[in-house]
Ligand binder design. Sequence first.
Ligand code: B12
Length: 308
Amino acid sequence: MPKPYWTIKEVAQQTGLSQQQLRKWEERYGIVQPQRLPNGYRRYSARDVRKLQQMVQWIRSGVHVREAARRLNQPETSSDTPPRDADMVDWESWRQSFWEAGAAMKRDRLEALLQNAIHHFGAERIITHIIRPGLAQIGEWWSSGAWSPDQEQVASEACSRVLLDSWAVLAPLHPAPAALCAAPPGDRHALPPLLLAIEARLRGWDARILGPSPAPGAILRASARWRPVWIAVVATASKRDNPLLQPFLQHEATQLAMGTRVFFGGLGATRDAVPGVISVESPSDLLAQVGSAANGGHGERAGNHRAP
Ligand code: B12
């Protein structure tokens, strides 16, 4: 049988807070109001303990104690239905905390912050409001020398780890049409195709990914194996920084496009037309074109081909 209640000493052990702090929070923020035994001792319920643990988690990820208490005192929302007022969230503060933890190279804090944000607001909002603008700014700081390559690396690795978990959690529960998101050979930017794959999974696609810089021929082989309804090749490094991009476009991409719908875009994408390959301006442009898996991939434009 689950334990019905906990003493203040046990709660202190479970949360890492001191008994004095627990009493102070109760008085100051009223987050939990434990029952009192006749002798005045506090009796905490499982729900009280969960609330305190959540509070500690938020604070560790950089949320101010007052803000954490305010959130806990709000009516409870289920974790898979993001709060209605998510559009009123102070995203700038979240981005600031993300940059601060990245600048200080605090991996654990970065991951906790992102996991927390995903838990509360859902992956799509976090990608739109924290990760894309957050990383784009980091790229600017890196190129101006304000951030070191190590700082950039730590921040992007924390994003990769948390996002890979999100992507895995979003695996379709029932068979769904496959899609493939990949960087071209020679391009180490695996995050942009991963972000796209998450957004596609949220639209019902069984979006698969390949790691950074896939070997020449790897996308063709993955396509033969998974038979994706569409493939997105996201080039982030420019052709100057990626000598494998041009040969890929000339040979592999053209071959891929003979069997399935191939999209090509990203910061490093060349504007030269590649036979059969569809150029896209942005992730949302692509997502609008493929629509949701439930529509069988019929987005704004028709012309959907299946792999042979
Ligand atoms: C993290 C990072 C890295 C990491 C990547 C780690 C990983 N696992 O992905 C590492 C350290 C490996 C790295 C390496 C390099 N990087 Co880097 N990197 C970044 C950074 C900071 C974030 C990348 C990212 O994840 N972006 C995710 C978000 C922000 O992008 P996105 O929203 O998905 O996509 C945008 C566009 O691509 C565009 N888009 C347009 N059309 C389409 C179509 C589709 C389908 C999609 C999905 C997107 C899209 O839409 C979005 C607009 O917000 C960017 C900064 C930036 N602005 O992106 C630099 C950046 C991409 N890197 C850059 C450079 C120069 C490099 C290096 C060449 C540096 C070097 N000299 O070694 C190498 C690349 C070597 C190689 N051959 O691959 C430049 C690229 C400039 C360019 N294209 O001309 C950038 C822009 C930094 C800068 N401001 O100068 N990098």
